[in-house]
Design a binder for this molecule. Sequence first.
Ligand code: ATP
Length: 383
Amino acid sequence: MLEIRDLSVAYGKHQALEGATLRVNPGEIVVILGANGAGKSTLLKAVSGICEGKVRGSVTLDGHQLDSLPADRIVEEGIALVPEGRGIFGDLTVEENLKLGAYPERAKGDEQANLDRVFALFPKLIERRRQVARTMSGGEQQMVAIGRAMMSSPQILTLDEPSLGLSPLLCKELFQNLKQVRALGIGILMVEQNAKQSLAIADRGYLLENTRIVHEGEAKALMTDPAVQAAYLGGGGAAAPATHSPPPSSEKETLTKVTVRPPSRRRQSADVLVGMDLSDLVAKAGETAKSAPKVKAAPMAAAEARQDDIKAMLKEFEIAAARAGQSRPLPDYTPVARSASPAAPAASASTGSSDDAPVTIEVYRAPRVEVYRRRTNGDFERD
Ligand code: ATP
């Protein structure tokens, strides 16, 4: 089990994380939700030993102290980070990227088995194994990044906003993949902006607000919690800050009431702005279209009839103009049937009495200037 106790980070005088305490069990997905700048990435970096700030507190994995170890030793202990932005090597192939993940001693003997495991998880990567990583789509690159972390035989996988920049469909696929990773017994600690989808697959979650963990709970309970809904799930109360009692654990007893503010507008997810999950929105639009009345409204039918009549008249103008010119062979002409719509424009130029009769239009022929060239022998040749 990964245990983080009283973890604090300061960048110079700026306190970015204060007294964070959380745990991740094997085969469990834990999500950290929080506004921009709350300290989420800082927490993951501190756990992985790559934080530039001053770190205090304790991080243990199965009782082994990690907080004073360098980053490569932490990977050896079994924690792999998929950083925000993926951090893959764009100029290397998929397979080269994956194999680089197998550098820790703990994973060396299992390279082939781990590669098979990654390919089983992401079959798409098999056919793309020779493709240069930067030419792949965002979703595929995310698979490579997760696959590379999996190559180090981790006990705990930490992911910083894995769904960032992915379409709703790819997000869904990604979260399904993470469930498969969990099924392998790997614990997952993930920072996410996509609260709805991440909570849907998570076992537990923590809310990080203004450098502090202000709430924790089962993912299902968090999803239905009004304060969480208002702040992270577009529950309609986003404009009004919601309050939450801190967790009842002894470490949190010094906290009383803490405000959970909605994620800042600086980089708010589209889901939150729209007020519902985008995939739900698309589905709803589809349903609305399906349930729309199939019959054409009468004014629409009349407008379409007028359009047809105008098209027919234009065709007739064209034919009449061509007849008048007589300079080119005439195309076959079949009069276009007119609608009997009273709203159709009157055929003012028509001399026919029936609606089906072709329209005759008087066209005055412009005087034509013909140019001749005189040959050297004195003959004239038409230009
Ligand atoms: P986001 O969702 O926007 O990524 P976050 O919750 O992950 O936000 P962090 O990246 O952990 O937030 O940053 C927490 C605070 O620490 C922010 O105020 C940020 O400006 C600051 N910070 C982060 N990294 C550094 C750094 N290397 N030097 C100085 N300040 C930093």
